[in-house]
Design a protein around this ligand. Structure first.
Ligand code: ATP
Length: 311
């Protein structure tokens, strides 16, 4: 049996001359919450629009539910629910009436309305106008709309964007419940690692339309902890930064007055100390640490390399 609910093979896409996706490879295992992570402009929304048949597939192959998107678009869409950023709601109508209108369009049975309202925790507020809903409630209603045909797969594009902390928590808990209690596979895009970390077990990291990492969050953690970093405080960080760069050390994101350098073995800590002292730089502190996941994400997406601070 095919273990993947979404697969892309060599997927490329261009807007005119601008290439946005380059040989993108995705393998989304069934039954997971799959994080689709990348900085702004990485190509996440473009990928999602392709998966939903909203853009053509000019190069490569896209399979959802084991079916080729090229020949099975309607079948695929019937089994796939989606929420792209904020849902389009009729604000003068109640949550219930919004669901009823959508139910007729997707030809879902009437009893689904009560079911989805219960799933998203809006049964009590079903008959209030959606103009009175908080952003978190509106977002949960958007997910209820996507759930009406009872799809196996839900594609959510930045579902917590613009929500306040309690709205973010409501949506996150709903995503976890949909996966745990109803077995839905959830493809969740975000530019925030912290968001993906709280929900997903598997993830792909993309940048400039390419897959940079794909696998379990656990494996990513393990590789993060294998990569050691050295935090340095000196009397002249900008000169130290330049010196280390000239000696081919990789510098990661700079925080306050601390320089962070990637090291492969602990002997390099001694070598760095010696290099700095020999060049007249006083080393106030030198601390070896495991790289955290945020730093790993930045270095994977090449945002970790920094230029020396100007004086
Ligand atoms: N209709 C369009 N015409 C031309 N270029 C586009 C179009 N839509 C998106 N792009 C470009 O494609 C690239 C990828 O955009 P996309 O929206 O897929 O990224 P994203 O990862 O979803 O980013 P964000 O998190 O900011 O939404 C960007 O450089 C963007 O400017």
């Amino acid at each position: 049996m095919n273990p993947y609910i979404i697969e892309t093979h060599g997927l490329s896409y261009s807007f005119g001359k601008r290439q946005v996706l380059q040989n993108l490879e995705l393998r989304v295992p069934k039954g997971t919450i799959f994080g689709f992570l990348g900085p702004n402009g990485a190509g996440k929304s473009t990928t999602i629009r392709i998966l939903l048949g909203l853009l053509p597939v000019p190069k490569g192959q896209v399979l959802l539910h084991g079916l080729d998107l090229k020949d099975n678009r309607l079948d695929i869409l019937r089994q796939t629910g989606a929420l792209i950023e904020m849902p389009t709601l009729y604000r003068h109508l109640s949550g219930y009436d919004n669901l009823e209108m959508h139910r007729r369009m997707v030809r879902a049975p009437k009893h689904r309305i009560a079911e989805v309202l219960k799933i998203v925790g809006l049964a009590q507020d079903a008959h209030r106008k959606t103009s009175e809903y908080s952003l978190g409630m509106s977002q949960r209603l958007g997910i209820a709309l996507a759930l009406l045909p009872d799809p196996q797969l839900l594609i959510l594009d930045e579902p917590t964007n613009g929500l306040d902390p309690s709205g973010i928590r409501e949506v996150r808990e709903l995503i976890l419940r949909l996966n745990r209690d109803l077995g839905k596979t959830i493809f969740l895009s975000s530019h925030l690692l912290s968001e993906i970390e709280k929900c997903a077990t598997e993830l792909a990291i993309i940048d400039k339309g390419e897959t940079l990492y794909q696998g379990s969050l656990k494996q990513l953690y393990q590789s993060a902890f294998r990569t050691n970093v050295l935090r340095l405080e000196t009397n002249n960080n900008s000169v130290a930064h330049k010196l280390l760069q000239d000696h081919q050390y990789q510098l990661l994101a700079q925080e306050a007055d601390i320089l962070t350098v990637q090291v492969k073995e602990k002997e390099q800590a001694a070598a760095i100390n010696k290099l700095l002292v020999e060049n007249g730089i006083s080393v106030y502190s030198l601390q070896a640490n495991s790289q955290n996941l945020e730093e790993l994400f930045l270095s994977i997406t090449n945002k970790g390399a920094i230029t020396p601070a100007m004086h």
